[in-house]
Design a protein around this ligand. Structure first.
Ligand SMILES: [Zn+2]
Length: 64
């Protein structure tokens, strides 16, 4: 069964040509996502998630 998730940030293109974004689930947990390195990780706060997003879009060179 698919978990409900909603993208709550811009979808940024990474250096490697993949995409990264922030999403929430029904419980309101923030999750950091990246299709390049297949990341799916909880974020502690909105500020932390946004900081990760901008930094990761530049730093991530993984390509699927
Ligand atoms: Zn990545």
């Amino acid at each position: 069964m698919d978990e409900y998730r909603e993208i709550v940030s811009d979808i940024l293109a990474t250096t490697g040509g993949a995409e990264a974004w922030i999403e929430t689930n029904l419980a309101g947990y923030l999750t950091k996502r990246c299709t390049g390195c297949d990341l799916d990780e909880d974020a502690q706060s909105w500020a932390q998630a946004l900081a990760w997003l901008t930094e990761h879009a530049t730093a991530c060179t993984a390509r699927r």
